[in-house]
Design a protein around this ligand. Structure first.
Ligand SMILES: [Zn+2]
Ligand SMILES: [Zn+2]
Length: 182
């Protein structure tokens, strides 16, 4: 992936203590996240930044907002979701003898925010992604989407909650008919 966004800091170079505000639309390419999941970006995304000159170091903070699509873990249908994620980083000039912990080195008059942006998005991705809490998923035999279609496959993985419910209904029915007989 090429560079997503670079901040030109030349307007701040000779102005310690000054802050510059940036608001821009970004086009972010799709990428593959953890677990080989494809993250499809709905562009554009909005990036709002504050960049402050802290005596040769530059503090970057801000927000990134946008929408993305990710396949449902069960039925594989795409689910569209909004995201708002925060950014924070301290950039220091490469060769700094006492670099800040967790800082990011830079050279010249540009701060490349690409790793920062991708990390901010990755941190906000859900561990589990379902199109609905009760998504029925795919039939393990024929592969159809059970949310929209039905099939007559014998499924080995019978839902134990449903089995318990059927069992309870049978008992309930038996009890009632017993009472009516008395
Ligand atoms: Zn689903
Ligand atoms: Zn089936």
């Amino acid at each position: 992936m090429g560079s997503l966004f670079k901040v030109n800091i030349s307007p701040l170079q000779d102005a310690p203590g000054e802050t510059m505000e940036i608001q821009t639309k970004l086009s972010i390419p799709n990428f593959t996240g953890e677990g080989n999941r494809l993250i499809e970006m709905i562009n554009p995304w909005l990036l709002e930044l504050q960049v402050t000159n802290l005596n040769r170091r530059f503090q970057v903070s801000g927000n990134l907002t946008g929408n993305y699509e990710l396949a449902c873990d069960r039925c594989l249908e795409k689910v569209r979701m909004p995201m708002e994620t925060e950014l924070f980083a301290l950039f220091y000039p490469e060769g700094d003898r006492n670099p800040p912990e967790e800082g990011v080195a830079f050279t010249g008059d540009e701060l490349d925010l690409t790793p920062l942006l991708l990390e901010a998005i990755t941190l906000k991705l859900p561990m589990k992604n379902l199109c609905a809490e009760d998504c029925k998923g795919l039939c393990p035999v024929c592969g159809i989407n059970l949310n929209t279609q039905t099939c007559t496959c014998e499924r080995e993985a019978f839902d134990p909650r449903l089995a318990a419910l059927l069992n309870w209904k049978e008992q309930e029915g038996g009890g009632r008919s017993g009472q009516s007989k008395d």
